[in-house]
Design a protein around this ligand. Structure first.
Ligand SMILES: *Cc1c(COP(=O)(O)O)cnc(C)c1O
Length: 411
C-alpha cells in the first residue's frame, strides 16, 4: 500500500503503524484503512472504493451510514442520550414495543453488545430453572453446540470449542454441555433433570456459515417442549433479515418458534452497540428489580437508533431483498465455481454465504479480493465469507461475486 500523505500527515502505513504501536494485538485486520462508508461501499484513506462483503459481521444489514438511521442518531444526540434505567425515558416503551412486535415476543430486555445479550439469555434460563423448574440451586445445565460463537466474555468463551477463543482464559464458567451442531440424538442424550436450556445459532456464523440438517430446529423445538427445557436462539448474526427472513429460525416454519431470541449487531444498523433478549413473560418475569441491568442498556440514543434501524429493515423490505439477492449470488457463485478443484463447498441462506476451499488459502484470497475492491473475511483458514449489506444493488452484488470467482479461480 503506498503511503500517500493526508493533510494530517498520516497515510495508510502510518495509520496502521500507529494502531499497531498502541493497540492490543487481538485482531489481524487486512491492510486497508477505511475512512468513509455509504450503503454497500466503503472508501480507504487513499480514496479507493470497496464493496463491503463483511458488513461488520452482519451489523450493517441496512448499509453504511443509512440516512434515516444517521438522522435518528443525530437528532437524538442533541436531545437526550442517557438516563440510566434509574429513571424512565420517553423512547424506551416505544422501542421495546417495536422490537417485541418484530420478534413476536411479549417482552424485551435491552443490553449493548451481543455477548451481553448472550449472558442475559443464560441468566434468564438459569433463573427459570431454579425458580420455576425447581432444579437445585447451582446445578443447572445448559446445552450448547460445538463450534458455536456467542461472543468473548468469560462465560461466552466457556461455551466455545475453539481453543483460540477459550485457551488460557480459565477457570471457565461451569454448567454447560456441548453437543455436535445438528445432531438431535446427541442433544436428547445430553438432556437430564438438571437441563434448563438450550442455546444455539440457527445457522452457525463464525464457524463458517454452517447450516443444520433440514428439520433440525423443529426437532429441537419438540425436544425442548417435551423435556421442559427453554429453547433460546442466538440470532445476533442471523437475525434482522440477513438470511432472507427477519429471523433465521423462521425458515423452519412457525412450529419451530423458540422460547427466546437474542438480537444485536444490525439492531443499530452499525451505529452503536445495541442488543436484547426477547421472550414471553413466563421467562422474562424471572428478572426482578436489582437482579440484572446495564448502565447503557436501553439508553435513549440506542432506542432512537434501534427504532430507525427496524423501520429501515421493514420499509425497505430488507429480509425479502436478502432472499432474492442471496439466491442470485449463490447461483452465480455455483455457476462460476462449482466443480472447481479449489472449491469444496458453496453454501448459504439469504445474503449469509460462504465458499469453503479445499486448501487453507482463504486469507490470501481475501487479500487478493481487497485489491479487486471487495472486502470479505476468511474464517478457519479455508472459508471465505460473503455477507454484503442487504441494501446492495444487483449490479454491485454481481460485480462483487464475479471478483470472488476471479480470485478463487486465479492460480
Ligand atoms: C457477533 C456475535 C455475538 C457477539 O456479539 P458482540 O456484539 O461482538 O458481543 C454473539 N453471537 C453471535 C451469533 C454473533 O455472531
Amino acid at each position: 500500500m503506498t503511503d500517500t500523505l493526508r493533510p494530517d500527515g498520516f497515510g495508510a502505513d502510518a495509520l496502521i503503524a500507529q494502531a499497531d504501536a498502541h493497540g492490543a494485538r487481538n485482531y489481524a485486520p487486512l491492510p486497508v484503512v477505511l475512512s468513509r462508508g455509504q450503503g454497500a461501499f466503503v472508501w480507504d484513506v487513499e480514496g479507493k472504493r470497496y464493496t463491503d462483503c463483511l458488513s461488520g459481521y452482519s451489523a450493517l444489514n441496512q448499509g453504511h451510514c443509512h440516512p434515516r438511521i444517521v438522522e435518528a442518531l443525530v437528532t437524538q444526540a442533541h436531545t437526550l442520550t442517557l438516563t440510566s434505567r434509574a429513571f424512565h425515558h420517553d423512547l424506551l416503551g416505544a422501542f421495546l414495543a417495536r422490537l417485541a412486535a418484530v420478534t413476536g415476543f411479549e417482552k424485551v430486555l435491552p443490553m449493548n453488545s451481543g455477548a451481553e445479550a448472550v449472558e442475559t439469555g443464560l441468566k434468564a434460563m438459569r433463573r427459570w430453572g431454579y425458580e420455576v423448574k425447581g432444579v437445585p440451586d447451582g446445578t443447572a445445565e445448559i446445552i450448547v453446540a460445538e463450534n458455536n460463537f456467542h461472543g468473548r466474555t468469560i462465560t461466552a468463551v466457556s461455551l466455545s470449542t475453539d481453543p483460540s477463543s477459550y485457551g488460557h482464559y480459565g477457570a471457565h464458567t461451569p454448567g454447560f454441555v456441548k453437543v455436535p451442531f445438528g445432531d438431535i440424538e446427541a442433544m436428547a442424550r445430553a438432556m437430564g433433570p438438571r437441563t434448563v436450556g438450550v442455546l444455539i445459532e440457527p445457522i452457525q456464523g463464525e464457524a463458517g456459515v454452517i447450516l443444520p440438517p433440514e428439520g433440525y430446529l423443529a426437532k429441537v423445538r419438540v425436544l425442548c417442549r417435551e423435556r421442559g427445557v427453554v429453547m433460546c436462539l442466538d440470532e445476533v448474526q442471523t437475525g434482522l433479515g440477513r438470511t432472507g427472513k427477519m429471523f433465521g429460525w423462521q425458515h423452519a416454519g412457525p412450529e419451530a418458534r423458540p422460547d427466546a431470541v437474542l438480537v444485536g449487531k444490525a439492531l443499530s444498523g452499525g451505529m452503536l452497540p445495541a442488543s436484547a433478549l426477547c421472550a414471553d413473560g413466563w421467562l422474562m418475569d424471572v428478572f426482578t428489580p436489582g437482579t440484572h441491568g446495564s448502565t447503557y442498556g436501553g439508553n435513549p440514543l440506542a432506542c432512537a437508533v434501534g427504532l430507525a434501524a427496524l423501520d429501515v429493515l421493514e420499509d425497505e423490505q430488507l429480509p425479502e431483498r436478502a432472499a432474492h439477492l442471496g439466491e442470485r449470488a449463490l447461483a452465480r457463485l455455483r455457476a462460476g465455481l462449482e466443480g472447481h478443484p479449489r472449491v469444496k463447498e458453496i453454501r448459504g441462506r439469504g445474503l449469509m454465504i460462504a465458499v469453503q476451499l479445499t486448501e487453507p488459502t482463504a486469507h490470501a484470497r481475501a487479500v487478493a479480493l481487497a485489491h479487486e475492491g471487495v472486502l470479505a473475511k476468511d474464517t478457519h483458514g479455508h472459508t471465505l465469507r460473503v455477507l454484503p449489506p442487504l441494501v446492495i444493488e444487483e449490479p454491485d452484488l454481481d460485480a462483487a461475486v464475479d471478483a470472488v470467482i476471479r480470485v478463487i479461480r486465479a492460480a
